[in-house]
Ligand binder design. Structure first.
Ligand SMILES: [Zn+2]
Length: 430
């Protein structure tokens, strides 16, 4: 037998309980594992047309069901409900169990209420920093929050991640008259508040990373230096010591032109999910993924025996392989399926640590009132946005002071005008 994905056979045993749920398990699984499996086929025979057809068929079926991943799972038993929020698996592949709803507050607006679920740690971290900026700048408009996660996590189009209650899209503060949903420009971003918010995420709460496009990073970095932040510390926040290190917590990912994507670490919810994972699968609260495996028929094999071995019905094996009968021949390559863990579901939880500043410069005078006045015509959930407070004084903390350390990226003059396009269109939607 050739296993198309790297899948230890012992997992069959591990998943025995889950697999007893029957073939409904396959129907509910995401198609990604199948897709990956077909890409990583190791033997030429796996590329045979029949296998390709079978994999394509399986992929089509599972993809059709992929949307189910964001629907309500089986009722959560009381003993699992008592565990509190559980962030299961990788943010690109997992689920959220026992979610917490981001509450309403004057300091922020949840632009898509149905995407307003997260772990308790994410909710607390967001609320802490949003409130802190409002304390520092008392006349601030509410921060616009984009997607967090769905109530049960899982796929949340158009995002790739946002599946496990750890991701939050937080829009930049903007100067009066600017649209919060459009790509920021050097002239319309409110740097004092945006820096204060980013600084809080990096110093006060546990985040894995913050994604902001490089040119906006440059404006924020320049501002931080201009108010006297420690240059070496600031440099570490925005720049890796070498390309590809991914140590700097603020990362350049295209599309993050109007908002910062904050990934919270949520260690408690992740560790609890790792500990509870087998129970979550066994009770059907989360469904493991499905990977295709290739089996070469040997003497004595029958479809019914293979069905028992792989926990598939004979009919399902026939479907996967376009078999018109139950006759198989020696050496024939069959595509079968096997449950695999949701990616990252058993990973050790690694905490990157906070990024305490060596000192805090005196805050700039707050005479600024940044107001986002215009709602997006193509943004999501615009109708849920409440009108922010009225306009006030000019932003004063936004001085164009030269960089001190001479390190890091260059400011891209002129890029701002080109980038004045609706954020959603320009967005990478991680
Ligand atoms: Zn995002």
């Amino acid at each position: 037998m050739t296993i198309i994905v790297k899948e230890p056979v012992r997992r069959t045993v591990r998943f025995l309980g889950a697999l007893m749920l029957g073939i409904s398990l396959w129907a509910g699984a995401a198609g990604s594992a199948v897709a990956k499996a077909s890409k990583s086929a190791k033997t030429p025979s796996a590329k045979s047309q029949r296998s390709k057809t079978a994999i394509a068929t399986a992929k089509k079926a599972t993809e059709a069901k992929a949307a189910m991943s964001s629907l309500a799972p089986a009722a959560v038993p009381d003993d699992i409900r008592k565990l509190g929020p559980l962030s299961v698996g990788h943010p690109h592949a997992g689920f959220l169990v026992n979610a917490v709803k981001m509450p309403s507050a004057p300091q922020w607006v949840l632009t898509v209420p149905s995407h307003g679920f997260a772990t308790q740690e994410t909710v607390d971290g967001l609320a802490h920093c949003l409130r802190k900026v409002h304390e520092q700048f008392p006349h601030s408009p509410p921060v616009m929050l984009g997607s967090l996660s769905g109530e049960h996590g899982g796929l949340l189009p158009p995002h790739k991640s946002h599946r496990t209650g750890r991701d939050a899209d937080v829009y930049f503060f903007r100067k009066p008259g600017a649209s919060w949903a459009r790509a920021a420009t050097r002239d319309d971003i409110d740097l004092p508040r945006t820096w204060a918010l980013l600084r809080c995420f990096l110093t006060d709460v546990d985040v894995d990373m913050v994604l902001i496009v490089r040119r906006v990073q440059n404006w924020i970095e320049e501002y931080a230096l201009s108010i006297g932040e420690d240059p070496a510390w600031v440099n570490r926040l925005f720049h890796d010591p070498k390309p590809g290190y991914k140590i700097a917590p603020v990362r350049d990912v295209p599309g993050h032109v109007a908002h910062m994507h904050v990934r919270f670490s949520s260690p408690r919810a992740r560790r609890a999910a790792v500990a509870a994972y087998d129970r979550l699968v066994k009770t059907g609260v989360v469904r493991p993924e499905v990977a295709s495996v290739e089996h070469e028929v040997v003497k004595g094999d029958t479809l019914s025996e293979l069905g028992v071995k792989y926990h598939l019905s004979v009919k399902r094996i026939q479907e996967l392989n376009d078999l018109k009968s139950t006759v198989i021949r020696l050496g024939q390559k069959l595509v079968l399926q096997q449950a695999v863990d949701i990616r990252g579901a058993r990973d050790k939880v690694y905490l990157p640590g906070r990024h305490p500043a060596p000192f805090t410069p005196s805050p700039p005078a707050d005479s600024a009132v940044a107001v986002a006045t215009r709602e997006p015509d193509d943004g999501e959930g615009a109708s849920a946005v409440t009108e922010p407070p009225g306009p006030g004084a000019e932003v004063t903390g936004d001085k164009k002071t030269p960089r001190r350390d001479g390190k890091g990226g260059k400011r891209s003059k002129g890029a701002s005008d080109k980038s004045a396009q609706p954020a959603r269109r320009a967005n990478g939607w991680l």
